[in-house]
Design a protein around this ligand. Structure first.
Ligand code: 57M
Length: 362
């Protein structure tokens, strides 16, 4: 909105010319998101406590979690607010991709909200939200995004994939792009959800991924840079630099309260929406496969669950890990929670750096 209000005044006030620049708007969108979450965080936490929106810790989990009982949850409300408002303030709202990522974020946020709400109600004796319904709703929301991207493509490359490290390898998925895109959005959303089991464990890798995609969206949207780096140029994807900036700002602001020992958890409203947003940004910027490396920690956590569930079911209750997802395995091995968290952050940073190196190593 600020862009639409102030940029047209550039002839009267030359200062407003800066609104033309994505980099300027991305920097201020990041700061606005950070400021909003800092200011609103304490109010939201008090409000969640007042209405007893508090976590009920499972009794079969690692022992250290018992003292987290009663921590306010659904802090994702703060993330979503601090992400959506600055996006609306600083983005060019005539850019369709801004609305596509917002649609993904909000629709998965609503699914997460219902899930959190039902979990709290269930605790109070009401009926629950089945995994099957939750999964079907995710497929439906992701299906809408996938169909839109397929039927309204940015260019002829939309259904082609960029393969990291191979500049001339671009497999075309044709119509199979639709199930692929659904899988990517739903998979990323659930990957972030599974990772969100220790203080700050999901939000920092999310911030790191958003930093990487901030750069990738800018490059993909810039014809000269894209041609120079031989990546697919997606007209309009540059505007998502601003959205990624708000993810960084909102994420850092949330981390202020979610860092060990956490004052608030994000809940499914936060984890599902952030994951879907990340998957959609990867699809639009044409870096779908690179997401597996950038968000590698989410992949590791998900794969640990798949291995554990398969081995448990196929080999009569035999476990590969002490407990899945893998962060629980290290907790049961006796590692202190902050040690697991920081080590997992370090792995995320390494993976993001490796992924950026693919821009040149090909
Ligand atoms: C949600 N939720 C956290 C919080 C957060 C298939 C199976 C592996 C699924 C998995 C599962 O349900 N995962 C999804 C994980 C929960 O956090 C809440 O949920 C939100 C995210 N959706 O925002 O509201 C707990 O995590 C801890 N937490 C923190 N700090 C944070 O900042 O400490 C969360 C955020 C919180 C808090 O304790 O209550 C969760 O872990 O439940 N299931 C599991 O992870 C379970 N694993 C399991 O059953 N493994 C078996 C299977 C696969 C064979 C095995 O390995 O034997 C474990 N989860 C827990 N206890 N809590 C089992 C034991």
């Amino acid at each position: 909105m600020l862009y639409h209000l102030l940029y047209p005044l550039r002839n009267q006030y030359s200062l407003f010319n800066v609104f033309r620049y994505i980099t300027f708007r991305a920097a201020y969108a990041t700061l606005t998101a950070l400021l909003l979450s800092f200011l609103l965080g304490p109010f939201l936490i008090r409000w969640l406590q007042r209405f007893s929106v508090e976590e009920n810790i499972r009794q079969d989990g690692p022992g250290g979690h018992k003292n987290k009982e009663g921590t306010p949850t659904m802090g994702g409300i703060l993330i979503l607010f601090s992400l959506i408002v600055p996006t609306l303030l600083w983005s060019d709202l005539t850019n369709r991709y801004v609305w596509v990522v917002l649609a993904a974020t909000v629709s998965f946020g609503i699914i997460g909200f219902i899930d959190d709400y039902v979990k709290l109600s269930k605790w109070r004796g009401l009926s629950g939200f089945s995994i099957r319904i939750k999964f079907n709703l995710q497929i439906l929301a992701a299906g809408g995004i996938a169909l839109y991207l397929y039927y309204f493509p940015a260019n002829s490359y939309t259904t082609e994939l960029t393969v990291p490290f191979f500049k001339n390898c671009r497999p075309n998925l044709y119509w199979f792009y639709i199930p692929f895109a659904i899988l990517l959005i739903v998979g990323t959303s659930n990957g972030v959800n599974l990772t969100d089991g220790l203080d700050g464990l999901a939000i920092v890798p999310m911030i790191i991924a958003a930093i990487a995609f901030m750069g990738l969206c800018y490059l993909a949207g810039h014809a000269n840079f894209a041609n120079y780096l031989m990546i697919i140029n997606v007209k309009g994807a540059g505007e998502l630099t601003i959205f990624c900036g708000t993810m960084i700002g909102a994420g850092l602001g949330f981390l202020w309260f979610n860092t060990y020992p956490a004052q608030v958890f994000m809940g499914d409203i936060g984890s599902l929406s952030l994951g879907a947003a990340l998957g959609t940004v990867a699809l639009i910027s044409k870096h779908e496969l690179l997401l597996f490396l950038i968000g590698g920690l989410f992949v590791i956590e998900t794969v640990s669950v798949i291995i554990q569930v398969c081995s448990y079911r196929l080999f009569g209750g035999k476990r590969v890990f002490n407990m899945a997802p893998i962060h629980h395995h290290f907790e049961l091995k006796g590692w202190a929670e902050p040690k697991i968290i920081v080590r997992f952050w370090i792995i995320s940073i390494i993976l993001a750096l490796l992924s950026l190196s693919t821009l040149k190593l090909r």
